[in-house]
Design a protein around this ligand. Structure first.
Ligand code: SAM
Length: 170
């Protein structure tokens, strides 16, 4: 992905790969973008440290924008027994996702099966279920002054929005 970004980039930018938790930037950025569920794959302690790192990286008044699943939508629509199965036809084969929420309501599991010309492989992802209220609390705990959470197209978030857009200001 970094190679692709380098090839596309005309601006003078520095591209690095690093775990957010290991980033030690200090008030260097106006904006941090965390898009398409790029957060919440680890312990709560680790995820909260990521938010603290993102907060530290921003200048005062800087913004963190996030896009992540709406935990309330997950809790309303998935459970350990109510699973959602989606199949995607790709140019190279098919991808089949089985989505569910663990019985304790804490993890959204996505079991993925890739089928390329009859050969199958599997991977499994566990993502923290975060409602707007829970994520707002975590962001405030990390130091953010204001947190606004929207649904699709920047409308107010509702329980029927599967995903949420977050704007947190340092
Ligand atoms: C679903 S992918 C989204 C990738 C990309 N943001 C996009 O929109 O296509 C989730 C990404 O989050 C990254 N990620 C999750 N937790 C991270 C962390 N603590 N530090 C750095 N990257 C992380 C993973 O490496 C993965 O590339």
């Amino acid at each position: 992905m970094i190679e692709h970004a380098k090839a596309k980039s005309s601006a003078q930018v520095v591209l690095i790969t690093r775990d957010i938790e290991d980033c030690t930037f200090d008030m260097e950025f106006d904006l941090a973008i965390n898009w398409f569920t790029s957060f919440g794959y680890d312990s709560d302690q680790s995820s909260k440290r990521c938010l603290e790192r993102l907060y530290s990286a921003l200048k005062p008044g800087g913004r963190l924008v996030m896009e992540i699943m709406n935990g309330q939508w997950l809790l309303n629509n998935l459970s350990a027994t109510e699973k959602i199965v989606q199949t995607f036809d790709m140019t190279y084969g098919t991808v089949r996702d089985v989505n569910y929420v663990t019985a304790d309501g804490i993890w959204h599991i996505m079991d993925r099966t890739y089928d390329y010309s009859g050969s199958q492989s599997h991977s499994s992802f566990a993502m923290r279920v975060l409602t707007a209220d829970a994520l707002t609390n975590w962001l405030h705990d990390a130091g953010f002054q204001s947190v606004d959470i929207f649904g699709s197209d920047e409308r107010p978030l509702t329980n029927s929005d599967p995903r949420m857009h977050v704007v947190a200001v340092r």
